[in-house]
Design a protein around this ligand. Structure first.
Ligand SMILES: Cc1ncc(COP(=O)(O)O)c(C=O)c1O
Length: 295
């Protein structure tokens, strides 16, 4: 597999970044994960606008325009002969002297890597994932710009490690007020008798592109969909829970700690179907796994 590093195609095992790169030293950078279906990237413009917003929030000069980055993504897919792929753009502040100051740093390091598609394991797609409510809290917006997909992913990494220790597939994090925020690498939705509800952006969650698509789909299907501050006690009244992200789409949740849910429930199934139809309309055929499944 080839990667694109600072404008050049390089074999993946030959790609090298400086020991003094701020991304390595401090997690000082941003990233974005996109999915290609049949050679077309789903909602590329939205991902690239979000990347631009991440860089702005982190005060990193964008190395390329959104249009140029989109051209690079397509060139890399073509170079690797891939039509279905996960694409990861990484941009760090670049090399710099020792210390936290952003003076005399750069130019930014700019890389794109391409991975084969990866569906959640079949049992998770069929029976749902298990979440653990972890003690790690979502980093507050006052500490790190939450809308930035920062390369410093330790908040999610530590939350997920704690969930894994408890035998769960994903972590559910609360914000500093004790309200439900999101998962380590996905947004979360609940179906109650009042409709669909997901934590509001003001909770300090990451503005997922899949989350936005699901809210639009729900409203188009006349499902009451609200964004709210959600107390964890809502879990006791939820009929269905699901999580969303670019790589997995919609993944049903069968349990949060000891609480069980129907997985997939009827609303989750309807929205998942709608999501994959949207992907197929805007991009290309959804990924199928080797067994011809696809969830
Ligand atoms: C913390 C967090 N929340 C939510 C998401 C889902 O975002 P998207 O749907 O844009 O992939 C991600 C994506 O990686 C994430 O890292």
């Amino acid at each position: 597999m080839q990667v694109l590093l600072d404008g050049a195609f390089v074999a993946e095992d030959a790609a090298r970044v400086s020991l003094f790169d701020r991304g390595f030293l401090y997690g000082d950078g941003a990233f974005e994960t996109l999915a290609a279906y049949g050679g077309r990237i789903f909602r590329a413009a939205q991902h690239l606008q979000r990347l631009e917003a991440s860089l702005r929030a982190l005060r990193i000069e964008p190395p390329r325009t959104c249009d140029d980055i989109e051209a690079d993504l397509n060139a890399l897919l073509e170079r690797n002969g891939m039509r279905d792929a996960i694409l990861r753009i990484s941009i760090s502040r670049g090399p710099g002297p020792r210390g936290a100051s952003i003076q005399r740093t750069g130019p930014p390091t700019y890389a794109i890597a391409c991975y084969p598609p990866k569906l959640p394991a079949e049992p998770l797609r069929r029976h749902g994932a298990k979440l653990a409510l972890v003690s790690v809290r979502k980093t507050p917006a006052q500490s790190l710009p939450v809308q930035a997909k920062s390369a410093n992913y330790l908040n999610s990494i530590l939350a997920l490690a704690q969930a894994a220790d408890q035998g769960a597939d994903e972590a559910l994090l609360l914000d500093m007020r004790g309200m439900i925020a999101e998962c380590a690498y996905s947004n979360v939705f609940f179906v109650t008798r009042n409709g669909l509800v997901t934590p509001a952006l003001e909770t300090g969650i990451f503005p997922g592109i899949t989350r936005a698509a699901i809210l639009d789909l729900a409203r188009a299907q006349a499902i009451v969909a609200t964004e709210a501050l959600i107390d964890p006690s809502l879990l006791q009244h939820a009929d269905e829970v699901f999580i969303t992200n670019t790589v997995s789409g919609v993944l049903p949740v069968r349990a949060v700690d000891a609480l069980s849910f129907v997985a997939p429930g009827p609303v989750t199934s309807r929205l998942a179907r709608g999501y994959w139809e949207l992907v197929e309309r805007e991009a290309g055929p959804r990924w199928r796994d080797a067994q011809g499944g696809g969830g």
